[in-house]
Design a protein around this ligand. Structure first.
Ligand code: CO
Ligand code: CO
Length: 303
């Protein structure tokens, strides 16, 4: 075992090959089965990208109430999954389904990673620049959408973001010499940021005004329309956060909003910035520099 539990994926050495293995299962966040299958797949392979790896194969895990959903729904779901896997360069080689009271779908993904390009949550060093590759807000917006509060155009942008693979972000990070990354998912930016901070034994300084958020997120948050998961996440990590900026609770909750298929949070040595910027531009990949790692013991400081 090269990397064990606690990181985005495990890494196991078999001969000269480093295998990356991960599993992720979620409940529906959009109505359309094809789109849900594709988002779920982008979300599942993301943990391989967060390690700097390349996904190769996947096994589907499906839980469904058979009286509510028929074969056509499952077919569309799997089509969404297979198409997204193909985009990732991976293939579905099997799976398992089980009768369940609530719909669930996910993948166990296996990939490989180059020894020199491994990204872990423990790899950040003081001085590293923190880069985020997708704006925040999928939790707030998809839960507002379930209540019919989100305009079609706004919702389509959220879906496009969740469908976006972290393939390019991972490649750009590895090429520019990053040693640390994680994907921002269920624990929000603060939760996943703290995982990097604690595992790397550094503090992270994050500039609130530099954090990208999706359209409509600030509005819904200010109306108190925030998923329970954001509250739970904040409760869990608040003791490790220092606020040097005056922020309302609703503003802070955006940072703990649980993300589905969120972007990568990358810690990059400053000497890699030029290559990062150049490669990101060539790949037309958006990114935001949101802070830096500093000497410390595993806390986040919001400025
Ligand atoms: Co992850
Ligand atoms: Co995960």
């Amino acid at each position: 075992m090269v990397v064990g539990p606690g990181d985005d994926a495990g890494i196991f050495r078999y001969g000269n090959t480093l295998l990356v293995e991960t599993v992720d299962v979620i409940t529906p966040i959009v109505d359309d089965p094809y789109t849900f299958g594709a988002i779920c797949t982008a979300n599942s392979v993301s943990d391989v990208y967060a390690m700097g790896g390349t996904p190769l194969t996947a096994l589907a895990i499906l839980g469904f109430p058979s009286c509510d959903f028929g074969a056509p729904v499952i077919k569309k779901l799997l089509k969404g999954c297979i198409d997204k896997l193909e985009e990732a360069g991976a293939c579905l080689i099997g799976g398992h389904s089980i009768e369940d009271s609530e719909f669930k779908f996910g993948l166990a993904v296996t990939g490989v990673v180059d020894k020199k390009g491994v990204l872990t949550v423990a790899g950040a060093s003081p001085g590293d620049v923190l880069i985020l590759t997708k704006p925040l807000g999928t939790g707030i917006l998809t839960s507002a959408a379930k209540r019919g509060k989100v305009q079609k155009g706004v919702l389509n942008k959220v879906i496009a973001s969740m469908l976006q693979l972290n393939k390019t972000a991972s490649k750009v990070a590895v090429r520019s010499g990053a040693r640390a990354a994680t994907d921002v998912t269920g624990f929000g930016l603060l939760g996943h940021g703290l995982n990097i901070a604690k595992s790397s034994k550094t503090d992270l300084v994050i500039f609130y005004d530099k954090i990208p958020v999706m359209d409509g997120v600030k509005k819904f948050a200010s109306l108190g329309m925030v998923p329970k998961g954001a509250e739970r996440n904040l409760e869990f990590c608040n003791k490790d956060i220092t606020y040097l900026k005056n922020l309302a609770r609703e503003e802070i909750l955006i940072l703990s909003d649980p993300q589905t298929s969120g972007g990568l949070l990358i810690a990059l040595p400053p000497k890699g910035l030029k290559v990062f910027a150049r490669t990101a531009k060539r790949e037309q990949m958006p990114y935001w520099i949101i802070g830096e790692a500093v000497k410390g013991k595993g806390k986040i400081i919001i400025k």
